[in-house]
Design a protein around this ligand. Structure first.
Ligand SMILES: *Cc1c(COP(=O)(O)O)cnc(C)c1O
Length: 406
C-alpha cells in the first residue's frame, strides 16, 4: 500500500489566496459591469527589458544552428553568467563572492524551499512573522513541525516583525539553528540596516547557526547606506546563504532564472562534531536533482549586466517605485501608518481594524483587491499589503477609488 507523507496532512490549506479568489469571484458576478483592480499581486506587469529580449532571441538563434547548438549545460549555470553575477552583484560592492560559489537555477522559490533538505530534521528553525509562506511550508513538509494551531506551527520559533521593532525582528531568546531573513521584505517592504544584519550575522557565528537570506527585492534599494548583500557584513561568508532572482529586477517571473550564493567557508556539523562543507552538499544536491537553466534564458539574464540592461532594469524598478510612492503617500496623508514602498515594491499599511474587514470594504465599495496581512502570519493582523506591480493608470484609478473610503 502506497502511504502518504503524513507531514503534508499538517499543512494548513492555503486559505489566503483561495479565500481572496472566492470573494473576488463573488464580487465580479455581482458587479459584472464594474472594473476590478488588483493591487495585491506579487507579480510584475511590465515586459522584459529590451536588452534581455535581444539576448534571448540571439540565444534561440544559436540553438537553431548546428555550429552553435547546445545540449545540457553545466548544472550550476554557464560560466559567462556566474562570472557576471560575481563581478557586478558582489565584487563591485566590496563583497567577496567567487563565480564558483554561485549556483544558477530556475527559481528562488525552489531554492528557498529546497535548501532545508541539507540539514538535520531536529534543528530549530526560526521563521519571520509575517512571512513568505515557502519558508514555513517547506519545513512542515520535511517534518520539522507539529500541528498548526491559531496560525502557528508547534516546533517553529517565530520572529515577530512589528511596528515596535521597525519590522526587523529581534534576536531570538531561545536557541535556533536555521534562520530565515528577507530584506527588502515581502510582505512588509521593510529594509534592514548594516547594524541590524550584523547583529544576526554575529548571532549566527556565535551559535553555529545558518542564515537563509532572501534578497529577491534588492534591485529596489535606493538608499546607498543600506546593504545590498549580506556578504557586505563581515563574517557572513561563515554563516549565510544568499538567494537572488531575476524575477523582480528584470521581470523574469515568466522567464525563470535565479541563483544562490553558497560560500566555501560555510560549514554544517554532524552528530560526532565533524565539519561538512555546505557548498559541497549543495553541489551534490543541485547536480543530482537539477539539470540547468535553458541556455537562451541564461543569455537573457546575462544581458541584465550590460550597460543597457542595467539602465533598463533601473528604469523598470524606478517605475514600480513611483507606483509604490503614490500608494504610500495616499495612505500616509490620510493618517494611516505605513512601512515599505521606498526601497521596496510592497506597502504594508496598518488599517486599524481587522485585515479581512478592510479587504472586504475595499473590494465591495471600491472594486480594489489588496492582500489581507493576517494571511502572512499572526503579526499581519490589522495590516494589508499593497503591491506596486501594476500599470500607472491602474494605480491612479485604484487610489482615487480607495481614498474616498478613508
Ligand atoms: C518573488 C519572490 C522570490 C522569487 O521567486 P522566483 O521563484 O525566483 O520567481 C523569492 N522570494 C520572495 C520573498 C519573493 O517574493
Amino acid at each position: 500500500m502506497i502511504r502518504v507523507n503524513e507531514n503534508y496532512q499538517k499543512l494548513k490549506a492555503s486559505y489566503l489566496f483561495a479565500d481572496i479568489a472566492k470573494r473576488v469571484a463573488a464580487w465580479q458576478t455581482a458587479n459584472p459591469a464594474h472594473k476590478l483592480i488588483r493591487m495585491g499581486i506579487g507579480d510584475v506587469t511590465e515586459p522584459l527589458p529590451p536588452a534581455c529580449v535581444a539576448a534571448f532571441h540571439a540565444g534561440v538563434d544559436e540553438m537553431a544552428a548546428r555550429e552553435t547548438f547546445k545540449g545540457y549545460g553545466p548544472e550550476q549555470g554557464y560560466a559567462f553568467l556566474r562570472e557576471l553575477i560575481a563581478q557586478h552583484d558582489f565584487k563591485a560592492r566590496g563583497a567577496h563572492v567567487e563565480a564558483d560559489e554561485i549556483f544558477v537555477s530556475d527559481s528562488s522559490k525552489c531554492d528557498v524551499g529546497n535548501i532545508q533538505e541539507l540539514f538535520a530534521n531536529d534543528i530549530r528553525v526560526a521563521i519571520p512573522d509575517p512571512v513568505y509562506p515557502v519558508y514555513v511550508d517547506s519545513n512542515v513538509m520535511a517534518g520539522r513541525t507539529g500541528a498548526s494551531t491559531d496560525n502557528r506551527y508547534d516546533g517553529l520559533v517565530y520572529l515577530e516583525s512589528t511596528r515596535a521593532n521597525g519590522y526587523v525582528p529581534a534576536l531570538p531568546t531561545q536557541p535556533v539553528d536555521l534562520i530565515y531573513l528577507c530584506f527588502p521584505n515581502n510582505p512588509t517592504g521593510a529594509t534592514a540596516t548594516h547594524e541590524q544584519l550584523k547583529a544576526w550575522v554575529d548571532y549566527a557565528r556565535a551559535n553555529k547557526a545558518l542564515i537563509v537570506f532572501d534578497a529577491a527585492y534588492v534591485a529596489f534599494l535606493r538608499d546607498p547606506k543600506l546593504p545590498q548583500s549580506i556578504y557586505e557584513i563581515p563574517g557572513a561568508r561563515e554563516c549565510a546563504i544568499e538567494f537572488r532572482s531575476f524575477s523582480k529586477n528584470a521581470g523574469f517571473t515568466g522567464t525563470r532564472c535565479a541563483f544562490i550564493v553558497v560560500p566555501k567557508e560555510l560549514k554544517v556539523w554532524d552528530n560526532a562534531g565533524g565539519e561538512h562543507s555546505v557548498h559541497a552538499l549543495w553541489n551534490r544536491r543541485h547536480t543530482t536533482k537539477f539539470n540547468g537553466v535553458s541556455y537562451p534564458v541564461q543569455k537573457a539574464a546575462a544581458a541584465v549586466y550590460t550597460p543597457e540592461g542595467q539602465a533598463q532594469v533601473k528604469a523598470l524598478t524606478d517605475f514600480y517605485l513611483e507606483n509604490a510612492r503614490l500608494v504610500r503617500t495616499a495612505f500616509e496623508t490620510r493618517g494611516l501608518h505605513c512601512v515599505g514602498g521606498v526601497n521596496a515594491p510592497y506597502i504594508w499599511v496598518n488599517v486599524g481594524r481587522d485585515s479581512w474587514e478592510f479587504f472586504d470594504l475595499l473590494l465591495n465599495q471600491a472594486g480594489v483587491v489588496c492582500t489581507p496581512g493576517a494571511g502572512f502570519g499572526r503579526c499581519g493582523q490589522g495590516y494589508v499589503r499593497f503591491s506596486a506591480f501594476n500599470s500607472r493608470a491602474n494605480v491612479e484609478e485604484a487610489l482615487a477609488r480607495v481614498v474616498k473610503l478613508l
